[in-house]
Write a protein that binds this ligand. Structure first.
Ligand SMILES: [Zn+2]
Length: 287
């Protein structure tokens, strides 16, 4: 299963607009609050640690009901973000369900920390809807947690796909190209634009494969495969330092972690890994 997906908590949206019900849930003896250190959850090694809520409901985000048990996360404990490798290492130890729960909580905490003032009038905002929104005390505008769509894609040509690396990647790591969807674009248009901008590569037949919430801080990764008409690539050197076309044998070797693979695959928790696995399995339908 793709990382940060698979949460089975009932989000119980119908309760969010009832502050009396949320307060009662927070005070319930079965209620639990995610134990946080900065933005990382406390764990017992493989599972998130939970404690009783230590503050009133207006300082909490209601995550939902886990088989009837109310789950919360504190709004205020945003703290300094842990380096991404630490977060990735921790996420890799958790079950998919737990990464989904933590990922959603992390995105919400960061959103609250960055939206203390109204973008409409500049006055302070306050949480409402069980922590799933903020309302301005000045102009009464309501603000909701944002999700930033990002396209991530493989261009395919004659049984090979294009992968590339950014300078910040670990040595040997290559991944799918990616970029934010811009206002006024469809997903397909964003895929075509990113491949044109980053690799000067024209593509057609853009197909959706899968999606993944990516809580750094609140993206939605939308994985696609596109058909390239050439293997001629000109990289935008500002974002990418190298690229390669890799065939199925190369992708299979990388996903298997073999030392003779032409590149090191993205980690299993990233949707780029899912995307490569999907392509290898022939899930794109175009040769
Ligand atoms: Zn306002």
């Amino acid at each position: 299963m793709t990382g940060f997906t698979g949460g089975r908590v009932d989000r119980a949206d119908h309760l969010r607009l009832d502050p009396v019900a949320i307060a009662a849930l927070a005070a319930h003896p079965d209620a639990r609050m995610m134990r946080l250190s900065g933005l990382l959850p406390g764990t017992d090694g493989t599972a998130i640690s939970w404690i009783k809520p230590d503050r009133p409901a207006d300082g909490l985000i209601f995550l939902g009901l886990d088989q009837g048990r109310p789950l919360f996360v504190p709004i205020a404990d945003d703290g300094p973000p842990a380096p991404l490798p630490d977060a990735m290492a921790l996420a890799a130890r958790l079950s998919g369900e737990e990464t989904a729960l933590w990922g959603g909580a992390r995105s919400l905490i960061v959103w609250h920390a960055r939206h203390g003032f109204c973008p409409n009038c500049g006055q302070p905002t306050h949480p409402f809807r069980g922590g799933w929104g903020r309302r301005c005390g000045g102009c009464n505008a309501e603000h909701y947690p944002r999700v930033d769509p990002v396209v991530i894609m493989l261009a395919e040509h004659g049984g090979a796909v294009l992968i590339a690396r950014q300078p910040r990647f670990p040595a040997g790591r290559y991944s799918a190209l990616a970029g934010f969807v811009e206002p006024g674009e469809s997903i397909e248009e964003a895929v075509a634009r990113e491949l044109r901008e980053e690799a000067a590569l024209p593509v057609t037949h853009i197909r959706y494969v899968a999606s993944q919430p990516w809580p750094f801080p609140h993206s939605l990764m939308i994985a696609c495969i596109a058909q390239a008409s050439t293997r001629d690539v000109t990289l935008d050197g500002a974002e990418l330092e190298d690229s390669m076309w890799v065939d199925r044998a190369g992708v299979a070797a990388a996903l298997a972690g073999r030392s003779d693979a032409p590149f090191i695959a993205p980690p299993r928790i990233a949707i780029a890994h899912t995307l490569l696995r999907h392509w290898l399995a022939g899930g794109d339908g175009l040769a």
